[in-house]
Design a protein around this ligand. Structure first.
Ligand SMILES: [Zn+2]
Length: 95
């Protein structure tokens, strides 16, 4: 009987399957988000919830949202990154 036989551990049932599923899941989520950023680059403004205006604190009137400048939309963060790389590709450097 050898010494190594006493230190042998039982193998876990499916470590390679888990090692393949997690990167595949992360790649799928990333590609899905980039697809959403490509198809729908704008999202409703987080501050005014897409209305384009916000209630004023002191007066009883509403004022334009300064974050979206009254459009009610803002560019997704992923689309901003895609636009950066597109500009980098087109102009060959920073703007
Ligand atoms: Zn807004």
């Amino acid at each position: 009987m050898s010494i190594l036989a006493a230190t042998a551990t039982t193998p876990t049932p499916h470590p390679p399957a888990l090692a393949l599923i997690i990167p595949a899941l992360l790649i799928t989520i990333t590609l899905g988000y980039l697809l959403v950023c490509w198809v729908r680059p704008f999202t409703p403004c987080k501050r005014c919830h897409g209305a384009g205006y916000r209630p004023s604190l002191l007066a009883r009137h509403e004022r334009l949202c300064r974050r979206c400048m009254g459009t009610g939309h803002q560019l997704r963060a992923g689309r901003r990154v895609l636009n950066y790389f597109r500009t980098l590709h087109d102009h060959g450097g920073h703007r």
